[in-house]
Design a protein around this ligand. Structure first.
Ligand code: ATP
Length: 227
């Protein structure tokens, strides 16, 4: 009797890779990730916070440990979500092609298929990404819409093969959240409550004076101690 070869039955896991500044992570990120995970039957979505985003060199960015902690808090309770710190662990600009190569050391191509998530705001600029021509050969790309951007795959040969997934369009941006915090406005319902609590407890994005005075959240400053 010939037994079936186990070696030929390698199970390939489908892994979504979601890179970004996550400064801070918000419900727009989370809903897109969950929608893509389900639509594309991905086994896992790995959020990869960037140490330095090559296209946001001058942007105000919270310390890496804060952005990481906020991500960890945001994804707790979703067993299909994980965070990888490979970009934070490098003291260099985070280029996706380098990140994919590093992740391949842990996730072999024989066992894991990579799907890199790209928002509509990054589609037209994709051909300028470092090693874009090689990058499209290293993993699949999944694009999704974002309010205020042209939510179509561009005709550029490098992005023409991207899969497009319809996701709910949520007009939330990290820039707007940071601006609202600085202005003492509410950020409720833009991000998970546990992340909102973390921001105020640690004074992330608060002007130093406002932090010292416990300011920055007039409406509900009374229910939690401020540091
Ligand atoms: P900022 O406002 O600081 O530029 P951001 O949320 O645009 O922040 P990242 O944290 O780097 O930037 O986001 C990672 C990716 O998540 C972005 O490239 C974008 O494609 C996607 N994204 C962010 N917000 C939304 C949203 N509201 N809807 C859909 N996609 C989003």
């Amino acid at each position: 009797m010939v037994l079936p070869s186990l070696a030929s039955e390698t199970i390939v896991k489908r892994i979504g890779l979601f890179g970004g500044s996550f400064n801070p992570v918000h419900l727009g990120h989370l809903l897109v990730a969950e929608t893509v995970r389900e639509a594309c039957a991905l086994d896992k979505i790995i959020f990869i916070p960037a140490k330095k985003n090559p296209f946001k060199k001058n942007a105000e960015i919270a310390e890496a440990h804060h952005r990481l902690k906020m991500l960890e808090l945001a994804i707790q309770g979703n067993p299909s979500f994980a965070v990888d710190t490979c970009e934070l662990d490098r003291d260099k600009v985070s280029y996706t092609i380098d990140t994919i190569r590093i992740l391949r050391q842990t996730y072999s191509a024989d066992n894991y298929q990579f799907f890199f998530l790209v928002g509509a705001d990054n589609l037209t600029g994709f051909p300028d990404w470092k090693g874009a021509e090689q990058l499209v050969t290293l993993c699949d790309f999944i694009a999704f819409g974002r309010p205020g951007y042209d939510n179509r795959i561009t005709e550029h040969p490098l992005t023409a093969g991207f899969h497009f997934v319809e996701t709910p369009l949520m007009e939330i941006s990290a820039t707007e959240i940071r601006a609202r915090i600085s202005a003492g406005k509410s950020i409720k319902y833009s991000l998970p409550e546990v992340v909102e609590n973390y921001i105020y407890e640690h004074g992330v994005y608060l002007p130093v004076d406002a932090d010292r005075q416990g300011g920055g959240r007039e409406a509900d400053a009374g229910d939690r101690s401020q540091k």
